[in-house]
Ligand binder design. Structure first.
Ligand code: PTJ
Length: 251
């Protein structure tokens, strides 16, 4: 798909840009999504474009939280759809979650294109429901399009994975008592700050990492899963990410 050798030092970053640009061309990703990607890349550069140890710990706690959940949902937008469609389906299958399309810039065309994109990436075969089109419930206290959710999806979920988004929906979900796993490269972002489990990592790395931990924990007892969630310290994880950025050990 990308005409650059894998040995190129910036291969991952070029592949990411290529996927986002292609997402825009296909009507999946919004033009604002290009800007969000640029902001994310800047933080990823400062983190050394790697999964820092505290992010891996957070991914394990997130996997435990998802395994304990009765109604987990993975919320997806145009950037996530472009970057990690197959990996998101794989995570959903691993933890028995639904996928729900939830857009800031919501149009019927984009909703349809993104739902079809997840089907093309194996959602039906994996037994993963792709929700979001019904939009028959609202998140209280939000006055934009992201308030529109499915009553059977995010509307009644106990754990929601929110990769890469603006902060006010994350805060409104927290106010509803929904537990949240937030994946965001910016440890200072409002969504990361309100998350039950913030994972400061690129969605490209974090989504497969959470799925790996979930599979690894498939034999764990509920007591063990609860211990992992209880012992996870969100504030310490955010502080560790900020430290990694400030110490700036760049290769
Ligand atoms: O598809 P839509 O219409 O729902 O729109 C989605 C975007 C992303 C455009 C919208 O939610 C938005 O404008 O988001 P923001 O406010 O730009 O926030 C995006 C956050 O995600 C920033 O904190 C970035 O640092 C972070 N981010 C960007 N790319 C990645 C990322 N985090 C993890 N992985 C990435 N690849």
């Amino acid at each position: 798909e990308l005409d650059v050798p894998e040995s190129h030092p910036r291969y991952q970053s070029l592949l990411t840009r290529h996927r986002i640009a292609e997402g825009v061309d296909r009507g999946i990703t919004s033009r604002q999504g290009l800007i969000a990607e640029g902001r994310g890349e800047a933080f990823d550069y400062l983190l050394g474009e790697r999964t820092i140890p505290s992010a891996d710990d957070a991914a394990r706690a997130a996997a435990a939280l998802l395994r304990l959940a009765d109604r987990p949902v993975i919320s997806v937008n145009g950037n996530v759809a472009a970057l990690v469609p197959g990996e998101t389906v794989d995570l959903a299958a691993a933890v028995d979650a639904d996928v729900e399309v939830n857009l800031f810039d919501r149009t019927d065309e984009r909703m349809r294109a993104i739902v079809a994109h997840f089907r093309d990436h194996g959602a039906d075969e994996a037994g993963v429901a792709v929700r979001g089109v019904d939009a028959d419930a609202r998140i209280p206290g939000l006055d934009h399009e992201r308030a529109k959710v499915d009553a059977d999806g995010i509307g009644s979920a106990d754990v929601v994975v929110v990769p890469l988004e603006d902060g006010d929906r994350a805060a409104a979900l927290a106010a509803m008592g929904t537990s949240e796993v937030v994946i965001d490269l910016n440890p200072l972002s409002r969504s990361a700050q309100v998350a039950t489990v913030p994972i400061v990592d690129n969605v490209i790395r974090a989504v497969p990492t959470v799925a790996d931990h979930a599979r690894d924990l498939s034999g764990a007892s509920r007591a063990e899963l609860k211990r992992l969630v209880r012992e996870f310290d969100a504030e310490a994880a955010l502080a560790a990410a900020e430290d990694a950025i400030r110490s700036g050990r760049l290769e």
